[in-house]
Ligand binder design. Sequence first.
Ligand SMILES: [Ca+2]
Ligand SMILES: [Ca+2]
Length: 261
Amino acid sequence: MLLAKRRWLLGFAGVMGLMVGGAASGEMIVEEVFDDYGDVSEMGPTWSGVSTMSFVDDGLGGKALLMKGDASNESKQNTTVKEFSKSWKASAWNELVLTARIYDDGGSSKRSTIGLRSYASYPYPLFEVGRYNGVSGSDYCVRMSNTSICSSTKWYGLDGMDAKKGWHEIEARFTFDQLVVKLDYLGDGEVDGVFELELDASVWEGTNGFTQMSLGGPSNLSSASDGLCFDEVRFQSVAVPEPVVGWMMGLGGLFLLRRRG
Ligand SMILES: [Ca+2]
Ligand SMILES: [Ca+2]
């Protein structure tokens, strides 16, 4: 009887330990509204300086960053980058959430994105969302490697969405096995396009995770035509809500029943 009770307690402590040890609290990784800079030269060293960026009115009484697209991006003239202090990966305990406002003048053949990536060593995960002109039927696109092999990185059309003039809102949410991207034309709270992609677990297990954010031209592509404006850019780690924890508690319950039996 005493032994059974001790096993019960050990099992309970083990499950609680897993919950406490594995659970993580949220953390804001990047929060950038651009309003406190005098001019773009003040963005460094937080953001890398490039010649094609400037500030414009964000429509909210502050500033937004315009990344013009009229330079080759292959030598990074056209993309500003912010390094993270550590690598970030989604897990069963943490989701990664990117949100931003983008202004699009609605022009054609544009390439300009928000990216999350790592260039530290191969293989690396790569994610980009924004305007891309190489997918038939969709002006807004998502680029993602859904395995650790970056050669499998693909562009996907975002729900057949056409270029539209105005301030739009983007949300990208990474779990350990899924990416969900939402685009809200005009930021009116009504989501107009959704893209979902199953992720192979090796995206996180076999790579460095995300170590930097980029704004402007997509990685290693030329970027002609005018670009996009960016504002209210936030990237955060968010603790996974109940379902996984509930599943763990269910597992703990089964474990206890087996022990008691
Ligand atoms: Ca702003
Ligand atoms: Ca909308």
